[in-house]
Design a protein around this ligand. Sequence first.
Ligand code: NCD
Ligand code: ZN
Length: 436
Amino acid sequence: MWWLKEVAVIDPSQTISSPCDVLIKDGKVLDIASSLTEVDVSAKAQGEAVETIEGKGKFLFPGLIDVHTHLREPGQEEKEDILSGSRAAVRGGFTTILAMANTQPVIDKRALIEFVRLQGERAGYAHVLPIGTVTKGMQGSELVEMADMKEGGAAAFSDDGKNIQNAEVMRLALEYAKLTGLPIISHCEDKDLAGDGLMRRGLASGRMGLRGIPGSAESVIVGRDLILAEETRGKLHLAHISTAESVDLIRKAKARGVDVTAEVNPHHLIFCDEDIKLNDTVLKVNPPLGSKEDREALIEGLKDGTIDMIATDHAPHTQAEKTRPFAEAPFGIASLETALSAVWQHLVVPGRLSLDRVVEAWSVSPAKRFGLNGGTLKPGAPADMVLFDPDYKEVIKPANLVSKARNTPFLGKSFQGLPVMVWVEGRLVQKDRMVL
Ligand code: NCD
Ligand code: ZN
């Protein structure tokens, strides 16, 4: 049994944001109280040994749930695999991750869903929940067998990495997915508008002479999908929203009652197109980083609930790929290990976002939208949780990363404020930044 004493509990699911004592037993939260005595605790331990943690000055919150991670297994294990990715997850404070389907082969049948789920269980770190593709072979034309894949453990459906260009296929997908109750996750990118652009079209792309992707490449599909979700009453989740225009469209659709949720990635909240350097592809990501105005609109949207959740879009690539010339390197940022601390440092510490909102957006909302066990420290809930030390300092070094990927803009940067203990179902899996 664990006894966390005088720890600042942040649990928006119960509107708790105050110092508490927390007891963990048999993999579950047993009790949360304003304070407990030795007598209370030994009565509840019923003879079991008690490990005590002095929590003063630290935060405890439900484990983060990341609905957008690329784990690359099967097929591209040189970039990442389910074991390395789920270790990176718990190092970063994530106890559940949803694995994207754009692997090789793509996850478009039940047997593959079951493979990803089993590999996650064998790894034994974060809970790994597979996302299935929407269309067979991710070819954008024929729908997968959604009900069968749900039986095998699919948590959602997405052709992420590629947009579903055919509006009729998207409409059918939203309609058909209603049978499963699971959301369709849309990677909104009009192929023709995006062309072979490399970064957001704007002053910065002009200055650097890099081909631009207009913001409309995203927002025209956001608009299309919102209309289709409204018409079908389907369940839509919009991945990696990056423009002010998209935020505006979502806000209006929500006001009309459309069943839509949206996510934003930490890099779109922290960086903008002006941070990109021609000789460094680390910020080459899809969707591309927007303008400062886009970034402001995303922060506002996250604050007012237009954007429901934060998700990493952890997109690991090898150094060999990322050190190619700008036009040839793949899109993507690896972020499981740094995302929470980066959001803490760049948004919470300067007062742009409250920690309560971060936990709500990265744990409570994902659990609710995807119907997952987690996102709460209510007694009886699985003890998936994070102890976060706002004073802990670390320099991000390649040697310390447990992900296979090094494509993070934070290498060499020093962070203050990190997850220092992480439990999955009451089992300690990370302590003092070491994955156990
Ligand atoms: C992702 C990848 O590498 O799979 N890349 C990215 O830049 N985000 C695909 C995606 O999420 O669109
Ligand atoms: Zn995507």
